[in-house]
Design a protein. Structure first.
Length: 461
């Protein structure tokens, strides 16, 4: 028979299961108790830890043994919301756990009676008492809800969201076998400002990580731009989120140039951050990722803790645009079908042909290039240009209200937004250290990203 204390401690295990679900893991939680005292708690984490043994029971037993300074857990009770598998039963037996109490049965892998009962084997040299069914309905409901959501997500991925008549979607085969871009595509179409457009993003690492790197690309790039930086931050146990703005990358592409407006793109990003409930954000920006992204934190300052800013501006309309940018704008108007891959290769001779071609992948023809045509003239040039007023508000925020850490990295060979332009922005960011200048880097600083990501870890994390 279960006791009131069993129900209480199973409640703590259910809380741990909820933490697992929030992190995208199968919702299983475990608690180790001795003499009425909680010794350790843990939840499933094989995905986040990249560890097939990181079941809730194993992690809880490890933590309990570390706390007690003994791998033998005599007189301890292990509470777990799901019937343990053979691995976890074995761990409990090796730890000499006195008792295991579990919630929902596991008909496929349960090793406490459903498939096999390892606890009852008479030939074993230690015997652990086990009892199932404690708060089983709650544990089962949580598991059923989780797997129902997973099935729906798989169904959504198998049946892509309907494409709007006024938009195009780059065929998936254009993105096959991209070098150094192994991550699973994610999509949102539920943001009000998207109005049914499908937006692609990467979301890697544990969902409950204390630090989230929000990486915003510019024109004519997409999330592929951050492939050299993402692995460093994932290896540190952080979360990395990198959306493709509408019109770029794997996101849907409105057919009309006029669909792209400063205020619309900014609103999409604001809604995206809220819908994803991103917190502990280190904002990573370059080019249009900064023109738009630097206006975001003032709308929700408690979500942001750090800034990594590379070759970009705050387009306030107060100063004339640089000659380099005006030349870029003229080139885009004069040669609207310019080769995006060759543009990247020009400033990054170390890139391979396959990497350069990856930047061409989203844009198979002129119809897919509306954003590439629209963005250069969209930069706020005058005080009354769309986006200029909010950029001036952002400048005030960064100079007087920003309390987070900052790091500026400058590609010195940038012909559009080089060192002199970046030093003007540097003066507008409160307590920003002296910029790190990369003499060999051009406009797309992220192509030297591994060293920059490591530097950002040191300064911002």
């Amino acid at each position: 028979m279960s006791s009131p204390s069993d129900h209480h401690f199973m409640g703590l295990a259910l809380q741990q299961a909820q933490f697992a679900q929030d992190a995208g893991e199968v919702p299983v939680g475990a608690v180790v108790v001795r003499d009425g005292e909680v010794i350790a708690q843990a939840h499933n984490a094989p995905i986040g830890l990249h560890d097939p043994s990181a079941h809730a029971e194993v992690l809880a037993l490890r933590a309990a043994a570390a706390k007690l300074g003994n791998y033998r857990l005599d007189n301890c009770t292990l509470y777990v919301t799901l019937e343990p598998c053979a691995m976890c039963v074995g761990a409990a037996l090796h730890a000499r756990v006195k008792r295991v109490v579990w919630g929902a049965s596991e008909p496929k892998t349960g090793a406490a009676g459903s498939v096999v009962d390892l606890f009852s084997q008479p030939v074993l040299n230690h015997h652990t008492d086990s009892q199932g069914g404690v708060r089983a309905d709650e544990a089962s409901a949580m598991l059923q809800g989780f797997f129902k959501q997973q099935r729906q997500q798989h169904k959504d991925q198998a049946m892509p969201h309907r494409l709007r008549d006024d938009a195009l979607r780059t065929p998936d085969e254009r993105f096959a076998q991209l070098p150094d871009y192994p991550w699973t595509p994610q999509y949102r179409h539920d943001l009000p400002s998207l109005d049914g457009l499908r937006m692609h993003y990467l979301d890697e690492g544990p969902k409950d990580a204390q630090i989230t790197w929000l990486c915003l690309h510019g024109n004519p790039a997409w999330s592929y731009l951050y492939r050299r930086m993402i692995p460093t931050w994932l290896a540190a146990g952080h979360r990395v989120v990198a959306p493709d703005m509408p019109g770029f990358g794997k996101s849907d592409k409105p057919k009309k140039d006029s669909a792209h407006r400063f205020d619309w793109h900014r609103q999409v990003l604001l809604e995206y951050v809220e819908a994803m409930d991103l917190r502990g954000i280190n904002l990573v920006v370059q080019d249009w990722g900064g023109i738009l992204g630097l206006t975001l934190p003032m709308a929700a300052p408690t979500r942001y803790q750090g800034l990594l800013v590379m070759n970009t501006i705050l387009a306030t309309g107060e100063q004339a645009l640089s000659p380099g940018f005006l030349a870029w704008r003229h080139m885009c108007a004069d040669k609207p079908l310019f080769d995006v891959g060759k543009l990247f290769a020009r400033g990054n001779p170390h890139m391979t042909a396959a990497e350069c071609e990856a930047y061409n992948a989203p844009f198979p023809d002129a119809g897919h290039r509306a954003a590439l045509r629209a963005f250069p003239p969209m930069v706020p040039e005058h005080a009354d240009s769309e986006g200029a007023a909010v950029s001036r508000q952002a400048k005030q925020f960064w100079s007087t209200q920003w309390t987070g850490k900052s790091l500026m990295v400058v590609g010195q060979q940038d012909p559009v937004l080089g060192e002199s332009v970046m030093r003007e922005l540097h003066g507008a960011i409160r307590a920003c250290p002296e910029p790190v200048v990369l003499p060999q880097a051009g406009h797309f600083v992220q192509e030297h990203g591994q060293a920059i990501a490591a530097l950002a870890l040191q300064h911002l994390a």
